[in-house]
Design a protein around this ligand. Structure first.
Ligand code: FEO
Length: 404
């Protein structure tokens, strides 16, 4: 991998993780993901954030460091903005190669260095506003707790105006050698944005309050380059990704888009028949829909769609007196990821007898949803039932429009 020059004596050294693995052991990454570290050189040298031993990331970073004339063995400081193991998992191996480097993190971060990696020596805790003098260059630290873990901080290089933001302003998607925003055309950036939103919904959304606080804290900085630890480095338009993150944070508190996320599963097509009627009703009102079938599509995509949209349609059959199991899993994830404040329509077919209703109502109790009356039917929906379903679709779409 290459070292990508951001400014004088400042490089992005990045590793691409192949598609097909799972991020955090849960979330699919069909376009891969990047782990970005940064090399800052004054008289002394700092490496900002590390990697774990995943898809040969240490080798990739080592090759990029070599291209910039450095190595894991030669850096004087290792700054760990965040201790989640995607950015720190290789720490013991790093320490074995470089016993002298000082490891810098917040006080909570240093606690995690000790508990995760059993290291005790050469550790320095920093706090908000502390500086690291590299000799001719200074790094400044800003505590930004809970973006994404409680110990998180960001690092700023005033000389270049580069903000090393770790998880914040990051995205899924490997870089394939193109690190900077100006190396992508508009179509590619639009496609990238959907993965950015999915990353936010999957990883960061529970911490949206802290994202807003962090952004307010950082805005006074003269940011000329936004350099996250996952995804594109934003040097042409460094504020755009910050503004998108601010928008995503608003999704968490009623500011979601005027659209409907339709999440559905069907065993033999009868729930699908009813859903088609609902979709026709929504379409007649001209409200955009995003449709996701489970379990065919991973819950990661359903979560991103639900997070983005004001309203949901949840279509599922009753399965053995309870909810269709893939939808039960979706709702469990929604509860864990705080998908609050949606307007929701639940529909579904049953075979012998209903049963999804009771389990569903218990599952959504904590989510503070505004629910339209559910529609359930035996077997295949009749023409009358389809008319009711289409009407409910229209009603849901109008509710979305009225919230504008
Ligand atoms: Fe990329 Fe929260 O670690």
């Amino acid at each position: 991998m290459n070292a990508h020059k951001i400014a004088d004596s400042l490089f992005c050294v990045s590793a691409d993780i192949a598609a097909g693995d799972l991020f955090e052991g849960i979330w699919p990454i069909p376009r891969g993901v990047s782990l970005n570290s940064y090399l800052v050189k004054g008289k002394k040298t700092a490496l900002i954030d590390l990697v774990r031993d995943w898809s040969q990331a240490p080798r990739q970073i080592g090759e990029a460091l070599a291209e910039a004339g450095e190595a894991f063995e030669t850096v004087d400081y290792l700054v760990l903005n965040h201790l989640e193991p995607d950015h720190s998992g290789w720490l013991r191996e790093f320490r074995a190669r470089n016993p002298a480097a000082e490891i810098i993190a917040t006080a909570k971060g240093i606690d995690l260095v000790k508990s995760f990696y059993k290291l005790e020596q050469g550790l320095r805790a920093v706090k908000d506003g502390d500086k690291l003098d590299l000799g001719g260059r200074e790094l400044v630290f800003f505590e930004t707790p809970n973006i994404h873990w409680p110990e998180t901080m960001m690092t700023f290089d005033p000389a270049s105006g580069t903000l090393f933001s770790c998880d914040a302003f990051g995205s899924f998607g490997a870089l394939g050698g193109r690190v900077f925003d100006d190396e992508y055309d508009d179509r590619e950036l639009a496609a990238y944005e959907s993965e950015e939103l999915r990353y936010y919904a999957n990883i960061v959304s529970s911490f949206s309050l802290f994202v807003e606080r962090g952004i307010e804290k950082l805005l006074p900085l003269d940011i000329k380059c936004t350099a996250p630890s996952h995804g594109i480095v934003w040097r042409k338009n460094p504020r755009a990704v910050i503004e998108r993150y601010r928008k995503y944070a608003r999704y968490s508190k009623g500011g979601a888009e005027n659209a409907v996320a339709v999440i559905w599963g069907s065993m033999y097509g009868n729930t699908k028949l009813g859903l088609d009627a609902v979709l026709a009703g929504i379409e007649a009102e001209g409200v955009p829909c995003s449709v996701c079938r489970v379990p065919d599509e991973d819950v990661s995509f359903a979560l991103a769609a639900a997070f983005r949209c004001k309203a949901l349609v949840l279509a599922m059959p009753t399965y053995e007196y309870a909810m269709f199991p893939p939808m039960a899993y979706v709702l469990d994830i929604f509860r864990r990821k705080h998908i609050f404040g949606k307007t929701v329509l639940r529909i579904g077919s049953w075979g012998w007898v209903g049963g999804a209703k009771k389990e569903y109502e218990a599952a959504i109790e904590a989510l503070k949803w505004e629910s339209l009356p559910s529609v359930e039917w035996a077997g295949a929906p009749t023409a009358e039932e389809c008319a009711v379903l289409a009407g409910r679709g229209r009603e849901l779409a109008r509710a979305v429009k009225e919230q504008r």
